[in-house]
Design a protein around this ligand. Sequence first.
Ligand SMILES: [Fe+2]
Length: 448
Amino acid sequence: MMRTTTDLWGNPVSNASAADIRGLEGAITLMNAYQADPLAAVDRLIAENPEFVMAHAFRAGMLATTGDKAFEGELAKSVAAAEALLAKANDRERLHIAATRAWLDGRFDEANDRWGRAAMLYPRDTLAVQFAQLTDFFLGYSHMLRDRVARVLPHWDKNVPNYGFVLGMYAFGLEESGDYAQAESMGREAVALDGRDAWAAHAVAHVMEMQGRATDGAEWLETTSAHWAPNGLFNFHNWWHQALFVLDTGDVKGALGIFDKKIAANGYSQALELVDGAAMMWRLSSFGHDVGDRWTKIADGWTSRLNDGYYAFNDLHAMMSFIGAGRAAEQKLLLKAAERSAEGKGTNAMMSREIGLPSLKGFMAFGRGAYDEAVEHLLPVRGKANRFGGSHAQRDIFSWTLVEAALRAGDRSLAEGLVAERLAGKPESRINLAWDERVCQLPSRLAA
Ligand SMILES: [Fe+2]
């Protein structure tokens, strides 16, 4: 018998049997933990009950928050299926459905707002909190990554199932807001409560990345992976962080090994994996390390998304890949697609105008050795790049590329300033110290 009832967190669920709701709770827990496979679990729920409103909204939310246009067709189907059931939906489900419609139509900020409202109305709706936080991430709302979760925390304690996952989300928000001590403490607590929590492990890894604690970070991920890795959907990204740590210990071969086994070996099935692949290869290549033919598969993955115009942050990583693989025609096509996006509607138009286009031009200039021009494009973007999303660690690619461009252009004052900025945050980073040495070898600006 179908009726409106509640899940174990007290959230109203419409048009679902008790068995449907138990299944939904299991899928939510998998999603919160980033453990395989919430999509398969939701598909089973929909097969059992094709009019299960929240299952359709959940499926659409998962597909939207991949940030990958490759899933747009499936997202459109889920949104349509959910909208067809609006008459049977409660107010919480209507907010979820409205969020997915907004995302599908390119209004990312409106999607974020709808999930955020659902989270405030139903503070134990972890899906709403999680989708809102993921879209805070895509939108670059660093402080909202923290405050979004702080809003709901008074409604949680250790006796409520999945409390640890909420702490894990809070830990990541604290880290992105610069409160490293509290972030590490919360993240460690979350991992202690549930070792499967890949997001909480990730939050602690971010703290260590921001503080230049490469050895600590590598150990932390290695140790905790025994619990999150076996069925983790987020492993590739945590391994990306692992490769960054290993690289900063000076072990290039080790970083490439992690890249090959843990990131590339999966075949880049989604944009987020291509982002991580490109980000790691760019760092290694721009340091002059031979990465063999590793760019080829990454560039191939982006080629199918070439006329994307979906998300400027992805575009930049596609551009890195086309530069790395030496594909000039694709670089131009991508730039054209981004120019069209910038003139269009939706959140990505702003992202492309303000961050995407100057970034693409800057990286293209870097790729052809026009380092002064690269600086002209990239330096003004450095301080506002959060507007196209990502984490501080991911956007470090701007600082990284600018330092290299300044050094190669022989611009000592710029290189000195940028390296000083990096050393202030990570005084013991081998990479930063290597850059500092190169700065010292440039002719003094006072001697000019
Ligand atoms: Fe990360």
